[in-house]
Design a protein around this ligand. Structure first.
Ligand code: TRP
Ligand code: SF4
Length: 430
């Protein structure tokens, strides 16, 4: 089983934990964050890697960054909105926000020219991001950032073709620009830790779960460039020097830093190892990485990630701009949105009589899903709809009417804000 980031399949979320080692995004990770947002409370963000590092940074007022990307390959729909909802939340709690416009990836994998990609990125995405409430931050184009492209090339030194094929299932006929796309994405994710962009610090990449292969790949590449490997075992930690240069000096440093974080148990030069008893692995890793930077410039903390569920299209399959009749776009006219809502798949019974008697199935309803994905922000109101649907006192006609009312209000307001947003784009593009 592989995850293909360029296909449009639906996912069996449960399998991702077992097969790929994605961790569950449990409430202990977010319930003490300020104003826990709906996408946490409703388990829309359901998985993560290394979110603990980010949580630690937030709680200790440390530096941290967000890096995510947008693929300018069509119109922005409600499925795309969930990422920017998260970015806006993280911005509100003090994150340093970086957004990559994946124009090289759109060129490589979707057949767009860079020019078309630029137009779509601005008109469809960035303008909507600003209208949705994103404050000034850093948005850049992959094709115009030399540091991103340099990293893509230079870090590729520690990857080979079989490794890339094993992750992505590339074939002999795969176009080379496509093969290069994951390296560019690695450049995106890691370059924010370069001195010029804020320095070494925990970086969170909030993405849809289809992006996990890129995250794994990026983490592997970052790891391959580290000079130490840190291996916790029960109460103990082994710190191993991976290179053959500066071994003595690196061991001295490891010994010093380990000593500051706990108790050094043993140093064995012939194993290039320091063993210690240390609880706080996160800050050990951080300080070792800082020290490693004196020896190599390509030292990065492994990035953290979160994964969200995809919103369904109104037909119950994955929402996609290639099926516009079942996708809700942020630029839809209310009259179009009304038609789509009206035709949406619900969890209603075959007749009103039947539904009054036995109730509906909100779990299978696209309207209810829309509510969950942010059209309704208050949990109490959502729970109320759930209950009334289940008990048969709320019928689909009335419910759709309400959904449309909320949507119409949202679309109209967004449209107005977009006009204003266009004038402010310069504050975002870097
Ligand atoms: N590959 C992502 C997509 O298809 C876009 C992207 C490019 C991205 N660079 C990134 C996402 C860096 C997260 C981080 O949507
Ligand atoms: Fe969905 Fe509302 Fe119908 Fe329930 S009443 S099935 S939530 S549309």
């Amino acid at each position: 089983m592989i995850i293909d980031p360029w296909s449009s399949e639906k996912y069996e979320y449960e399998k991702l934990f077992e097969n790929f080692g994605i961790e569950r995004f449990t409430p202990n990770l977010w319930n003490d964050l300020p104003n826990a947002p709906f996408f946490f409370r409703r388990n829309i963000v359901f998985g993560h890697r290394d979110f603990d590092k980010i949580k630690r940074a937030i709680n200790s007022n440390g530096k941290w960054a967000i890096l995510t990307g947008l693929m300018p390959s069509g119109k922005m729909h409600f499925g795309h909105k969930i990422v920017i909802d998260q970015v806006i939340y993280y911005q509100s709690i003090g994150a340093d926000i970086n957004i990559a416009v994946a124009d090289i990836e759109a060129y490589a994998t979707r057949g767009f020219s860079l020019k078309e990609a630029e137009r779509l990125a601005i008109e469809e995405y960035i303008v909507n991001y600003i209208a949705l409430g994103l404050k000034p931050c850093r948005i850049y184009f992959q094709s115009r950032n030399e540091d991103v492209k340099d990293l893509a090339y230079l870090l590729a030194k520690k990857a080979n073709l079989s490794q890339v094929n094993a992750i992505y299932g590339f074939q002999g006929s795969t176009n080379m620009t496509h093969v290069f796309a994951p390296f560019i994405q690695t450049g995106d994710i890691l370059h924010v830790q370069m001195e010029k962009y804020g320095g070494l610090r925990p970086t969170l990449v909030p993405v849809g779960v289809d992006q996990d292969p890129h995250i794994r790949f990026c983490r592997d590449l970052a790891d391959a460039h580290r000079l130490y490997s840190i291996i916790p075992k029960n109460e103990k930690v082994g710190i191993f020097v991976k290179t053959d240069e500066n071994v003595k000096e690196l061991l001295n440093i490891a010994e010093d830093i380990a000593g500051e974080h706990g108790e050094v148990l043993e140093r064995i030069d012939s194993y290039k190892a320091v063993y210690a008893r240390i609880k706080d692995i996160i800050s050990l890793d951080y300080e070792l990485a800082e020290a490693e930077r004196k020896f190599s410039e390509h030292i990065f903390l492994l990035p953290s990630s979160t994964y969200h569920r995809f919103i369904s299209g109104l037909d119950g399959n994955k929402m996609s701009s290639s099926k516009p009749q079942y996708a809700l776009f942020l630029t839809d006219e209310p009259s179009d949105a009304r038609k789509k809502i009206w035709a949406a798949k619900t969890g209603g019974a075959i007749s009103a009589e039947e539904q009054k008697k036995h109730g509906g199935k909100p779990e299978e309803c696209m309207i209810y899903e829309l509510f969950t994905y942010g059209l309704i922000r208050e949990d109490k109101e959502l729970e109320d709809i759930y209950r009334r649907c289940k008990e048969g006192s709320l019928l689909c006609g009335q419910c759709k009417k309400y959904a449309f009312q909320l949507l119409e209000e949202f679309l109209n307001e967004l449209k107005e804000k977009r006009d204003n947003a266009r004038e402010r784009i310069k504050e975002y593009l870097h």
